[in-house]
Design a protein around this ligand. Structure first.
Ligand SMILES: [Zn+2]
Length: 669
């Protein structure tokens, strides 16, 4: 499973931070690269790179090369004409020497960059085809003058006829899940009924440990007219790219950190050689067990979201390095988790006598490819096979540097628009990053672990039903908020002063009371659990503290702000609400839980919503983000890799052309 940027667990609060110069290195790094259409291109850094040994860096380098070697696969999986179209775009951009000042050329370049971003001609998120704002004639002229080979008729039709193969993944049964989807997991002549019949025949329903049927294959009719799985493997479908992947993985296996990593990698290579899905399961079990070391990776045909039938995995690769700072923070909280439980605001009878913190892992990605790039998840939880998860466990990671880069890419415009005073902006700028990280750590490690049910009360899913997840997320947020202003945090060395906690209070209230509304269309109510819980917490505290003006609504020059006047009192309110929500959970009090969520978390103030949309629109921030990967450059001495340097390119198009020129191993067809 993946966590996406909007509303995921990884972003419990939304920061409004600034990213201009001064202070630390981080502030001098330019996160925002460019924006076009509805897309924003962001850069990210690899913190902790210098803490790795030369051998570890070499390991990362090979894994990333392996990931990139399969890049073409996602293009072909997304649509059968994607590679041919991409190669035509690359040829034009590289060779065309005619007029580059015209509107047509500008529109062509925007189209090309959108296609690069989506790994194909369908929008990465909406799944609809990307419309070129130039004519087929103009395109043909460009291609001719660039000495590119002409595209076949169907590929041209795909580009310029909006109704042809219009949707990458169609989930509307009336249009046919298979026929209505352009994605290349089934040859175009197959129907959904034929796909169903095929899998009904091959799946063994009585196997308690089933393979992931269809995960690495395309269904096609063979020369006898029968339906057959063409398997992704060396010598099979995508064989030439898979051979390159194997080449780099073999190099990686020479510089592993430990034996469990070596064992897992060996099985993965065998899997790519044979395409045997039993090997894939065996690999996943070995991979889940390989928990030591600073480096980990995801590599293969993994998530099935792009298959309307949910069988075939999209190619992806994510290379992960331990986030050393986050691990330290987590250890500190883990070591003190009983103190937090004992000192929480909840009733004594709801406190655990022996609380165990929840482990969560933050990593930094060193490079991504395939379906994970340029658009990337912010967290991943694997493997997907349920029987492996329950029998052998799973690994869940949050991609720390990606979350951070998203957060920093908003630019200072947001802070200037939504934070009223220079003083508040300065505090946000100085502390919001650390505050957000501490909030996440407290939420995960302490928050979800805290509290116990009364004897005989069912699970929240049974008692609180559809309100369970909103209340649970609210409870975990409140544990974090309550302790973010506790001197213990300073004493433990987790924050330099309570100013960090105050910055988080400002940000949480601002977001919960108004800022998050910009994600909703006019007229909508709040549905998503995290958004509901944030408004519920903020609005409840606003109302309960109104008499004392704990939080004050200020309208200045037609602009609304919610500002905290009394941080200690707000902390008291957080504690009070935490105590109540824990009581609701412990007792299974459905009516009280429902009332809290419905009264505070769902309805939207239409006027405020309109105002937020207007103010956010003015800032013109694209709704979807994607990333330029760092470039890993080996330093060779006498034929031996002695170091790997990291470069941070700033030109999206250049990286796309580099990948096309140097990491492309499949022919167009
Ligand atoms: Zn949570």
């Amino acid at each position: 499973m993946t966590l996406q940027a909007c509303g995921g667990e990884g972003t419990p609060t939304e920061q409004v931070s600034q990213s201009d110069t001064t202070a630390s290195d981080d502030d001098q790094f330019e996160y925002f690269a460019e924006q076009f259409a509805d897309l924003k291109i962001i850069r990210y850094q690899i913190p902790g790179w210098d803490k790795l040994t030369a051998k570890q860096k070499e390991y990362v380098y090979y894994l990333y090369e392996a990931g990139l070697a399969g890049r073409d696969i996602i293009w072909d999986q997304n649509y059968r004409h994607n590679i041919a179209i991409r190669k035509a775009l690359e040829t034009i951009i590289t060779n065309y020497s005619g007029d580059k000042t015209s509107e047509d050329w500008n529109n062509f370049m925007i189209y090309a960059k959108r296609v690069f971003f989506s790994n194909g001609i369908h929008h990465h998120y909406s799944m609809s085809k990307i419309t070129p704002n130039f004519t087929q004639e103009y395109f043909s002229t460009l291609l001719e003058e660039s000495r590119g080979s002409a595209l076949n008729e169907e590929a041209l039709k795909a580009m310029f006829d909006p109704s042809f193969d219009a949707k990458k993944v169609n989930l509307d049964p009336d249009k046919g899940l298979v026929k209505g989807s352009a994605v290349n997991f089934y040859s175009p002549d197959l129907t959904e009924a034929e796909v169903d019949a095929y899998y009904a025949k091959v799946i063994d329903k009585n196997d308690p440990e089933p393979i992931s049927y269809g995960l690495n294959s395309m269904l096609m009719r063979n020369s006898q007219g029968e339906i057959e799985e063409f398997v992704y493997k060396s010598g099979g479908l995508y064989g030439s790219a898979i051979d390159k992947i194997i080449y780099w993985l073999e190099k990686a296996s020479g510089v592993i950190e430990n034996q469990p990593q070596a064992d897992a990698l060996k099985i993965l290579i065998e899997y790519f050689r044979t395409g045997d899905l039993k090997k894939w399961d065996e690999y996943n079990i070995a991979w889940v067990g390989a928990t030591e070391g600073d480096i980990d990776y995801i590599q293969g045909f993994v998530e099935v979201y792009n298959d309307p039938k949910g069988y075939t995995g999209s190619y992806e690769s994510i290379i992960e390095i331990n986030d050393f700072d986050a691990s330290e923070r987590m250890k500190m909280l883990m070591d003190n988790v009983q103190w937090f439980e004992d000192n929480s605001s909840i009733m004594d009878e709801h406190k655990k006598k022996n609380v165990v913190g929840v482990t969560y892992k933050v990593v930094n990605t060193a490079g991504e490819a395939g379906d994970a790039s340029p658009s990337t998840p912010i967290g991943v939880n694997l493997p997907n096979a349920n029987w492996i998860r329950s029998k052998h466990g799973s690994k869940s990671v949050s991609l720390g540097n990606i979350v951070h880069a998203y957060d920093k890419s908003g630019g200072k415009g947001f802070a200037e628009e939504f934070i009223r005073t220079e003083e508040l902006r300065a505090r946000s700028k100085e502390y919001s990053t650390l505050a957000g990280k501490l909030h996440t750590a407290l939420h995960e490690v302490v928050g979800h672990a805290s509290g116990q049910l009364n004897p005989g009360v069912g699970t929240p899913k049974e008692t609180l039903k559809s309100y369970a997840s909103t209340l649970e997320e609210g409870r975990a947020d409140l544990v974090a908020l309550y302790f973010l202003l506790d001197p213990k945090m300073v004493e433990l060395g987790l924050m330099p002063s309570l100013e960090v906690g105050k910055a988080e209070y400002d940000s949480y209230i601002r977001n919960g009371m108004m800022l998050q509304l910009r994600r909703l269309e006019p007229g909508e109510v709040i549905e998503e659990a995290h958004m509901r819980n944030r408004q519920m917490v903020a609005a409840w505290c606003y109302e309960k503290g109104m008499a004392d003006k704990v939080i004050e609504k200020k309208v200045i020059d037609g602009k609304t702000y919610f500002e905290v006047n009394d941080y200690e009192k707000l902390r008291g309110l957080f504690g009070e609400l935490l105590r109540e929500i824990q009581r609701i959970k412990s007792e299974g009090d459905y009516n009280a839980g429902r009332a809290l969520v419905e009264n505070y978390g769902v309805q939207v103030d239409a006027d405020l919503h309109a105002e937020v949309l207007k103010r956010a629109e003015k800032l013109n921030s694209a709704p979807y983000g994607g990333f330029i990967n760092p470039k890993l450059v080996p330093v060779m001495e006498g034929g031996k890799m002695v170091d790997v340097k990291v470069e941070y390119p700033s030109d999206f198009l250049e990286q796309m052309l580099d990948y096309g020129a140097n990491h492309s191993f499949l022919a167009a067809h």
